[in-house]
Design a binder for this molecule. Structure first.
Ligand code: MN
Length: 700
């Protein structure tokens, strides 16, 4: 239940060789039993004994049959696979499931957790999982299954996270499994190469830890923080470890003394309560050390007071503030005003006679469970009326506001790089403020948000028409930073053609606002910007038309002839290439060559295609790559050949030669696309050149 309970030192179910051996014998028997039919139903494999025990501690009546079946399928399908550590692969899903069981996850999550790598790594299919374990387990396994590197290249990791977050929006249990999966992978990261450890640790720091924090899964978050700390800052980690070891060897323990004093106070006041010492995790000790300099004994932990009733929390507070010396500035009431991640507790601090300050948390066991396990403790978000999901249109009723906002802006960030960097930025804004609207509604915004952010949070793209704001009744500029509890009235203009100011970008802190403004600017380029733009609106105008075969046409508003068309920078299509289009917001269609990797990717994520064809061709822009042997005057000869064909060089890159070979990349403007074959021929005829091809930049 507590962070201590999921400590890496806790032996997993399969670590002892005796246990492994016993499990193997048992599995052989199970394999046979599975063939012989349902007689094995009441026999639970030893390997999931720990899981079953932890699960029953939270759910005494839980049906363990799905866990047994999931284990049998996972074990048989992963059989023969090894982890890098040399252990059988099944130890991983088992450990992940144990983490979740200890946190109080319900049976469906645990079933999916046992199966979480089967579809990715074995012959088991999603359909099979669905047939044998039901739609919910299928959905959860699908949600955590990675996208293939083969299909997505460098975009695989960001796109996998995007997919997982979208799935989490419909069922937050997806992220519970992902977090536990990452925790076990981080615990066992030592077998990887140092560079790989560092890379995984950084993604954990930037993405998974903020998600654990926002979802309130404190127990996973603190352990992940310590594991990341040890990898990214090994020296400071070692120093912190020494501080903790030194402190533990001291004779006096101010926390224990104060805890005992508190027990007496509460016993005298007749309030039944448990007073526990909660050691800080390494990162927390490190933070306190940086804040306070020299650490004293009381800084290494906090006291946790557990009481039965909500009202008793305030009773305890009253007694402590009366009978001890409170540090009033440290008092915070997260019961009356829960944190955005559902966390509830009273926080206070008391000063000891020797001047040391002891921090105190006061909560009920229920609050403690939520504080430690967050969403994992919420159970099935669709209970108590589990209805069959209707065609992907299910929305998790427990979906938090920040996740809805994240899912909104990610739709507007089609390319993986923008998504990935914006996601990290969004998650870095951990503190949230609440501002009030005059109608009594509220907006949750990140700390540092301005009126611009409030406008886009409230009105979406209609915020382009915002002309001003009143903050707490007074007129304020849109750049005004908002504080927790402010009342904000946004003044909207009536002109439908109103434009956002480019300066707003400087005051936009939320991804939703920044992406909306950025998109408006991209689709309304100023004269200068249009000339500099990489994928310029071209003189050549393929006409957008609604293809009769596409079922998606009625969703396309871009479909009127004469829509603004942009040629994609990734594959630089030119006539007579086969091309296809995708609508971008703001009435723009981007045109790609049909074989462009970006097209496949967008089709996989369900972006509808827009039919496009080349109109009357005029000039075009194209990227060509020339591979040559190194020789003097090569550059001069190549550029001369291009000039003779009427091509104008827009940009050129020459890579440093390797093994007497050199690669030149040119972006060229041609008066007529029909000249392209002749141009390429002319370039190939330059002595030393052995290949000329159309450039396709990667990474989009
Ligand atoms: Mn895994």
């Amino acid at each position: 239940m507590s962070a201590e309970a999921t400590n890496p030192a806790t032996p997993g179910p399969m670590t002892g060789s005796a246990a492994r051996w016993r499990a193997r014998i048992d599995l052989r028997r199970l394999g046979r039993a599975a063939l012989l039919g349902p007689t094995a139903r009441d026999r639970l494999p030893d390997a999931i004994g720990h899981v079953a025990e932890a699960h029953r501690a939270h759910y005494p009546d839980a049906d363990l049959e799905p866990l047994r079946r999931a284990y049998v399928l996972a074990e048989s399908s992963h059989r023969g696979q090894m982890r890098k550590s040399g252990e059988p692969y099944i130890t991983h899903p088992l450990a992940v499931t144990l983490i979740l069981a200890e946190l109080g996850a319900e049976t469906t999550t645990l079933t999916a957790s046992l199966l979480h790598d089967t579809v990715e790594d074995t012959d088991v299919t999603l359909d099979q999982v669905g047939e044998e374990f039901g739609a919910d387990v299928r959905y959860l396994v699908d949600g955590v299954t990675k996208l293939e590197k083969v299909d997505y290249g460098a975009a695989a990791e960001p796109e996998t996270f995007r997919k997982m977050l979208v799935a989490t929006g419909s069922d937050v249990r997806v992220m519970s499994i992902k977090l536990a999966d990452r925790l076990h992978n981080m615990r066992t990261l030592g077998v990887m190469r140092p560079e790989k450890q560092a890379r995984i640790a950084k993604v954990t720091r930037d993405v998974l830890i903020p998600l654990a924090e926002r979802l309130g899964v404190q127990a996973l978050k603190t352990e992940l923080e310590d594991l990341v700390f040890a990898i990214i800052h090994p020296e400071e980690y070692e120093h912190t470890r020494e501080l903790i070891v030194d402190n533990a060897s001291r004779a006096d323990d101010p926390l224990a003394e104060t805890a005992e004093e508190m027990r007496v106070v509460l016993r005298d006041a007749d309030i039944p309560a448990e007073v526990l010492i909660r050691p800080r995790h390494f990162v927390s000790v490190h933070r306190v050390a940086r804040k306070r300099g020299e650490l004293r004994g009381a800084d290494f932990g906090r006291l946790l007071v557990l009481v039965n009733e909500d009202a008793d929390c305030y009773g305890v507070l009253g007694e402590l503030h009366t009978c001890m010396t409170p540090v009033v500035s440290e008092f915070k009431d997260f019961i009356a005003v829960p944190k955005f991640n559902l966390y509830q507790s009273l926080h206070t601090a008391v000063a000891r006679g020797d001047g040391q300050v002891v921090e105190v948390l006061i909560r009920t066991p229920q609050m403690h469970k939520v504080a430690e396990a967050g969403v994992v403790a919420l159970g099935n978000p669709y209970a108590p009326a589990p209805e069959d999901p209707v065609d992907g249109e299910r929305v998790d009723p427990t979906r938090p506001g920040w996740l809805s906002r994240l899912l909104d802006w990610q739709e507007a960030a089609p390319d993986p790089d923008t998504f990935w960097s914006t996601l990290r930025e969004d998650l870095a804004q951990d503190r949230e403020i609440t501002v009030y609207r005059p109608d009594g509604g509220t907006l949750g915004l990140p700390d540092g948000a301005t009126c611009v952010d409030a406008a886009y949070a409230q009105y979406g793209e209609d915020a382009h028409a915002c002309i001003g704001a009143r903050v707490n009744g007074r007129l304020a500029t849109l750049s005004t930073a908002l504080r927790d509890g402010d009342t904000v009235q946004l003044l909207m203009g009536q002109d439908p053609a109103s434009e956002p100011s480019r300066e707003w970008l400087e005051h936009a802190h939320t991804p939703a606002a920044r992406i909306a403004i950025q998109r408006w600017i991209t689709t309304h380029p100023s004269q200068d910007a249009a000339e500099e733009a990489e994928g310029p609106a071209v003189a050549l105008r393929p006409t957008a038309e609604a293809p009769t075969t596409s079922p998606a046409t009625d969703h396309v508003t871009v479909d009127q002839p004469g829509a603004t068309v942009r040629l994609a920078g990734c594959c630089t299509p030119v006539p007579p290439d086969d091309v296809t289009g995708f609508a971008v917001r703001g009435g723009v269609v981007t045109v790609h060559r049909v074989e462009c990797a970006g097209v496949a990717r967008m089709k996989t994520v369900g972006r509808p295609e827009v039919g496009v064809r080349w109109g009357d061709t005029a000039e075009c822009r194209v990227t060509l790559v020339a591979e040559s042997f190194v020789r003097p005057h090569l550059l001069a000869d190549l550029t001369e050949a291009m000039a003779l064909e009427g091509a104008e060089i827009v940009s050129a890159t020459v890579e440093p030669p390797t093994q007497q070979r050199v690669r030149h990349t040119y972006t060229l403007q041609l008066p007529d696309a029909a000249h392209l074959p002749a141009l390429m021929r002319a370039m190939r005829n330059v002595p030393g050149v052995y290949d000329v091809s159309r450039g396709q930049t990667t990474g989009l």
